[in-house]
Design a binder for this molecule. Structure first.
Ligand code: PEP
Length: 249
């Protein structure tokens, strides 16, 4: 990464409640030299928007539709109106548990961009795919599905999160070397598409904790992190944010 600060985004998943959120949000603060964001469940976005200071807001998913007869969906425009800057798209839990396929991840990315949100596009291989030597092919296919819908220039307006499925919520993070290898490959793919590869932030996600963040963020192609479990504990999340500062842009 050349100029941008690293980005550390917390994905709260299906966790929280008004009282617990107030305590957690109240303990988060801006950290100079790193961009910090939190992504609470939809019903708590307004609460978070009212309590956050110097920390950006994001959503965990977004509808591909703008309005109409789509019961249960939340549009990108609604998220923007609530103060969201980011929207996570294509998280592996959404792909695996809620039937989001590669084409719909592309359409959700387009919907987020249309509303002026910054999509955080998640990609990553399963353990079986890694063991079969298919990690690069899988990730390139996932990225290609997004590129097909939004086009190469749009990659200047989004973030990519490499999240190996086997590392999410397992306590088994990728090693710094494993993360770097994939991030470098994603950057190569960006260059092959004609994108300004250095200008795109590539986050790592999967069991990032206060004690492994510095090593992961120290890799040349790791531009920040998408944090699940550790984002629910203010002290841990803040420590991860500070680790990102220490490792520079
Ligand atoms: C995630 O859900 O995006 C994630 C990275 O979770 P965890 O940090 O808990 O592995």
């Amino acid at each position: 990464m050349a100029q941008k600060h690293k980005l550390v985004a917390g994905n709260w998943k299906l966790n929280g409640g008004l009282a617990a959120n107030a305590a957690l949000l109240g303990a988060l603060e801006a950290v100079a030299g790193v961009e910090v964001a939190v992504c609470p469940p939809f019903p708590y976005l307004a609460q978070a928007a009212s309590l956050l200071k110097g920390v950006a807001l994001g959503a965990q998913s977004v509808s591909e539709f703008q309005s109409g007869a789509y019961t249960g969906e939340v549009s990108a425009e609604m998220l923007a109106e609530l103060g969201c800057k980011f929207a996570i798209v294509g998280h592996s839990e959404r792909r695996a548990l809620f039937g989001e396929d590669e084409a719909s991840v592309g359409r959700k990315t387009a919907a987020a961009l249309r509303a002026g949100l910054v999509p955080i596009v998640c990609v990553g291989e399963s353990l079986a795919e890694r063991e079969a030597g298919q990690a690069s092919a899988v990730i390139r296919r996932q990225l290609d599905a997004v590129r097909t819908v939004v086009g190469t220039p749009a990659f200047a307006r989004l973030e990519i999160a490499y999240e190996p499925v086997w590392a999410i919520g397992t306590g088994r993070a990728a090693t710094a070397a494993q993360a770097q290898e994939v991030h470098a490959d994603i950057r190569r793919w960006l260059g092959e598409q004609g994108a300004d590869a250095k200008a795109v932030r590539i986050l790592y996600g999967g069991s990032v904790k206060a004690d492994n963040a510095a090593e992961l963020f120290g890799m040349p192609d790791v531009d920040g992190g998408l944090i699940g479990g550790a984002a629910l504990v203010a002290q841990d999340f803040m420590a991860i944010c500070r680790a990102a500062v220490a490792q520079g842009a």
